[in-house]
Design a binder for this molecule. Structure first.
Ligand code: DGT
Ligand code: MG
Ligand code: MG
Length: 298
């Protein structure tokens, strides 16, 4: 009896050993298969070390998207706040973004100089930011657009640009904010001429041809009683998102002694969140007030 059992155990062990050896040899074959060489075709897209990595995304064909979804002209506050919500989500979900700037259908995200996120691979930076932003746009749409249904899935393109110094990064962000100002001033006069003076779009375009910023301000003031500087800052300056400490007060249902049952407790805590502002980032004041953004430790 003992001999039979012993033989069976030995047979079992031998079978298990064969299976194990087969699995190991198969595993080794898979790890170093003759197909392995195709990995060499993958491009090395590591971003230069010690540089600022910027991802800029932009809505695909938003001219049409805005028309189809009845965006207010020239600025739709729902659309701008939805963009900001998506950018805040990107900053909270992904790592190492120190500042973001958005206007119209675009957003720029700046990764800290020393970021080693995904070994600084440009494709990882770009695709994670853009896909997180696009899914958030759909996810939060109803919160901002209420009765306006989303008629088709929006898309966003993305690009990565690497800036070698603080000055080039500041100039990049200044360029985007200057673009916001130029477009918004033009659009504000253009739509005032169309909506309030009854000009056709072609007539309004002709009227504005060759005009300087001062001329546009003058038309707004003298013909429409609009002081451009009093227009909402979110339209004129776009939105800057930076990390700031925020005091949060939440009401929580907690387990309390019997005599206090049913009562709720108020809990105060400080959290660091991406906070929006619509300030000037072209002048030095902003950067002096927020030295931590470009600081070595950022
Ligand atoms: P693209 O980026 O080459 O695929 O083409 P678009 O059409 O997205 O062009 P782009 O990005 O240069 O310009 C943004 C468009 O989005 C512009 O035609 C106006 C529209 N848009 C953005 N924000 C608003 C808004 O708040 N209200 C309205 N009515 N339109 C907006
Ligand atoms: Mg676009
Ligand atoms: Mg755009």
């Amino acid at each position: 009896m003992w001999v039979v059992c012993r033989t069976k155990v030995c047979d079992c062990l031998a079978a298990a050993s064969v299976t194990l050896r087969r699995s190991l040899s198969l595993g080794a074959t898979m790890a170093k298969s003759k197909f392995e060489y195709v990995r060499d075709f993958e491009a090395d897209d590591t971003c230069l070390p010690h540089c600022w990595v910027v991802v800029r995304l932009d809505g695909r064909n938003f001219h049409r998207f805005a028309e189809k979804h009845n965006f207010a002209k020239p600025n739709d506050s729902r659309a701008l706040h939805l963009m900001n919500k998506c950018a805040q989500t990107v900053m909270e979900e992904l790592e190492d973004i120190v500042i973001a700037y958005g206007q119209s259908d675009e957003y720029s995200f700046v990764f800290r100089r020393k970021s080693n996120w995904f070994k600084r691979r440009a494709s990882k930076f770009m695709t994670h930011v853009t896909s997180q932003f696009a899914s958030s746009y759909v996810f939060y749409w109803r919160e901002f657009f209420k009765d306006q249904p989303l008629l088709y899935p929006p898309g966003f393109d993305g690009r990565v640009v690497v800036y070698p110094s603080n000055q080039t990064l500041k100039d990049y962000l200044s360029w985007r904010q200057a673009d916001c100002h130029i477009n918004n001033l033009y659009n504000t006069v253009f739509w005032a001429l169309v909506q309030q003076s009854g000009l056709t779009p072609v007539q309004a375009q002709e009227r504005l041809q060759g005009t300087l910023a001062a001329d546009k301000n003058e038309i707004l003031f003298s013909e429409f009683n609009i002081n451009y500087n009093n227009e909402p800052p979110i339209y004129r300056k776009g939105t800057v998102l930076i990390w700031q400490k925020v005091d949060e007060v939440t009401t929580k249902a907690v387990k309390l002694p019997a005599e206090m049952e049913g009562k709720k407790m108020t809990v105060a805590r400080t959290r660091t969140k991406p906070v929006p502002s619509h300030c000037d980032i072209i002048g030095d004041a902003f950067w002096k007030d927020h030295l931590e953004i470009l600081g070595e430790d950022s």
